[in-house]
Ligand binder design. Structure first.
Ligand code: KG4
Ligand code: ZN
Length: 347
């Protein structure tokens, strides 16, 4: 047995990320570039700006990663790249860079599913996690509940049918106006969590909205966002807004929506006697302690232990893509393009 070394490339959203990872779970190098602050200030992510950024930065980051890892392309065992889901024109940049690199250096090419990689990233740092495990992913781009049966076999139980928890919190926070210079340079979600902690117990349910009606374990954060934006508009014109209470209520509503969906999922699997003993929680929103605590409390009621993905692996990164590629390689996955001549022009 010799250790595998894989180059990972991730460009599904606004992060251009490249990393070299080994099957011994060593991160030999990792580079990430984003202009998130600028884009968020402009009111959101612009796909063509992302694509242009990826095109400019990929060659530089790939070269830097190989150098930092002390690796030449011929010492690599494969190239892994995110192929879905994500912004199509952003994904295309990573895919075409990966295709040319793999062909040029005669390496197998491994197409990786971004969400699976998010769930599997925990395996890079925690060897107590075993298949099958449940996973709850909450970020600025996604929300889902699934069971990971193996590196390539996932069963999806619920997902957001509208928006994401991160985007919902960020957008409502932006409409609250200037939250103070103490929050300069941090995610709006952090500001909301901090301000909410300054609210009273009562404040957490002061501003209520009606919960989205979506099936089973599915979620809808666009509906929560819309309701809070309307509510904000209305109370601004009448009684005025208590910002800590507003943040606390928003956070509480998002939390209860997630918890009720997790509850439905736990109930279903528990009654069928196939609820895994571990729940892996990931995504940037999992950094929120109020949300995480609610999730782990619910889990323990079902005898499930909650495992938190470290923050550096929660946000979009290429380590998770490279490592998922390694797990697929070790399984001799059929979806890998083993020979350069089999690699298509686009994926
Ligand atoms: O996973 P992530 O870093 O990026 C992607 O979405 O790809 O997630 C970022 C999201 C942002 O919306 C940010 O506001 C949110 O995670 N976030 C939080 C907190 N920290 C980050 N949301 C709530 N509370 C937090 N403490
Ligand atoms: Zn992501």
């Amino acid at each position: 047995y010799s250790s595998l070394k894989v180059l990972g490339i991730e460009t599904s959203c606004d992060d251009t990320a490249v990393a070299v990872v080994t099957s011994d779970r060593a991160i030999l190098s990792s580079e990430r570039f984003t202009e998130r602050a600028i884009q968020r200030k402009q009111g959101g992510i612009n796909p063509s700006v992302c694509a242009q950024q990826h095109r400019q930065n990929l060659p530089i980051l790939i070269e830097k990663c190989l150098k930092d890892a002390g690796t030449s392309p011929k010492d690599l065992d494969a190239v892994a790249v995110t192929v879905t889901p994500g912004l199509v024109i952003a994904l295309k940049e990573g895919i075409s860079a990966a295709i040319s690199f793999a062909r040029k250096h005669k390496l197998p090419l491994i197409p990786v599913h971004h969400m699976r990689a998010h769930a599997l990233s925990i395996l890079l740092v925690d060897d107590t996690v075993r298949f099958p495990f449940s996973t709850l992913l909450l970020s600025g781009g996604h929300a889902l509940i699934a069971v990971a049966e193996s590196a390539e076999n996932f069963k999806l139980y619920g997902q957001s049918v509208g928006g994401s928890p991160g985007e919902c919190i960020d957008k409502v926070a932006r409409h609250l106006g200037d939250l103070g210079s103490e929050f300069d340079g941090v995610h709006a979600g952090v500001a909301v969590e901090t301000l909410a902690s300054r609210s009273s117990e009562f404040g957490h349910q002061r501003y209520t909205i009606s919960f989205p009606s979506v099936g089973k374990a599915d979620m809808n954060f666009d509906q929560i966002k819309g309701s809070y934006l309307n509510l904000l508009d209305r109370i601004r014109r009448t009684e005025g807004v208590d910002i800590p209470d507003f943040c606390a209520s928003l956070q509480n509503t998002v939390t209860r929506h997630i918890a009720s969906k997790l509850h439905a999922f736990f109930d279903t699997l528990d009654s069928e006697k196939r609820l895994p003993g571990q729940l892996v929680v990931g995504g940037g929103v999992a950094a929120n302690k109020y949300i995480f605590d609610a999730v782990s409390k619910l889990s323990s009621a079902y005898g499930v232990s909650t495992v938190k993905t470290p923050l550096s692996l929660c946000t979009d990164n290429a380590e998770m893509i490279a490592y998922t590629g390694i797990l697929m390689h070790l399984n001799r996955s059929e979806s890998i393009y083993w020979r350069p001549e089999d690699i298509p022009d686009t994926i």
